[in-house]
Write a protein that binds this ligand. Sequence first.
Ligand code: AMP
Ligand code: GLY
Length: 422
Amino acid sequence: MKVLLIGGGGREHALGWKIAQSPKLSKLYLAPGNPGLNQFGSPVDLSDTDIDGITKFAVEKSIDLVVVGPEAPLALGLGDKIRAAGIACFGPDKAAAELESSKSFMKDVCGAAGAPTADYGKFTEAGAAKAFLARQTPPYVIKADGLAAGKGVVVTEDKQEAEAAIDEMLAGRFGAAGATIVIEEFMHGEEASFFVVTDGVSIAPLIAAQDHKRAFDGDEGPNTGGMGAYSPTPVFTDTVRRRTMNEIVSPIVNEMRSRGTPYQGVLYFGLMIENEAPRLVEINARFGDPECQVIMRRMESDILPLLFAAATNTLSGQKTSWRDDAAALVVYAANGYPEKYEKGSAIAGVDAANAIDGVEVFHAGTRIENGALVSAGGRVLNVTATGASIKDAVARAYEAINEIDWSDGFYRKDIGWRAING
Ligand code: AMP
Ligand code: GLY
């Protein structure tokens, strides 16, 4: 099977690493790939949002399956274009990807499907938003409606800060993504991310993972795209899994189909769990980054038949199997992330880290400059490790990160603390 993988972050490195292990793979192309991922295939000089360029390339090379990692190309309609060209695509159409690209659309679908989630109001004007805010109790939750790279959410106890967030978002801090904002009820509990693959009718449940969204130890500091992850997640019990499937996943997949916009690809359910009752925080139209990386480390079955079946409406009966080992991931991020940070500083020691048993270092934001590896993003490396327990996996990931020599980065020292201390 000839596969074209779209994206070039840590998630795509992990997907490419797993896809490359499939005996069904004949050729892997990477658009655009990254310095770590490129060992598994041929990089193609196409940006992941060059929809026409990617479609033309897929046709020219007679690609059998396009696998889309990030959300941006999906929101631009890459899924529609690839399917229109007669090629199987793992990733939803633009209309279905709206589950992620519009928080208010997601809320409408939840309402119609009866899926439990936070109460909310939707606003385009600051006066009405602040009047609604005045009737809420803290903590306040303010969100840009559209895609803002995981950063368009403010959770605060401070009403003035909440009002400032309303003003900033509506004034264009996140561009068009913040032209509409959503103000939500704050939900208490513990978070987990659960993933399923679907062809729009059948659903193949994967496993849950947990990430650490805050920048600093103790879950302090600004929200980020995710500073670490682990799987399994003790909070995602069998009861929670069953309830999530029955109360959230199936109703939403069915609702999307009945709207005439069936969802095809992976669905990411961000859950808040309290007393084994799951409520939906968010839906994403893609694998989580960095959750995908720990899920790939635990997946035992071949991934290609699963992705291809979802993309060709033949998912019914597909089985997945998982390793008993736990997996953990520590993000090595550039100083200053998620705000301003520098790029271009030298990184050494990745090979030494990779040499440790059970460790895989995925590249998230790197490039090669004059033959040397340098930083090229906010989240730069994803150091993953497996182990008999979360504690073992985390310890090994930290052992590996110690081998890496990079003067311009920071990482959280407490990944997995809830699961380890709990
Ligand atoms: P989102 O981008 O919607 O996932 O929001 C980012 C993070 O903000 C979530 O992972 C939660 O930690 C937090 N959050 C968002 N919405 C809520 C809510 N309604 N109640 C509590 N926490 C929330
Ligand atoms: N780790 C959170 C996300 O991928 O959105």
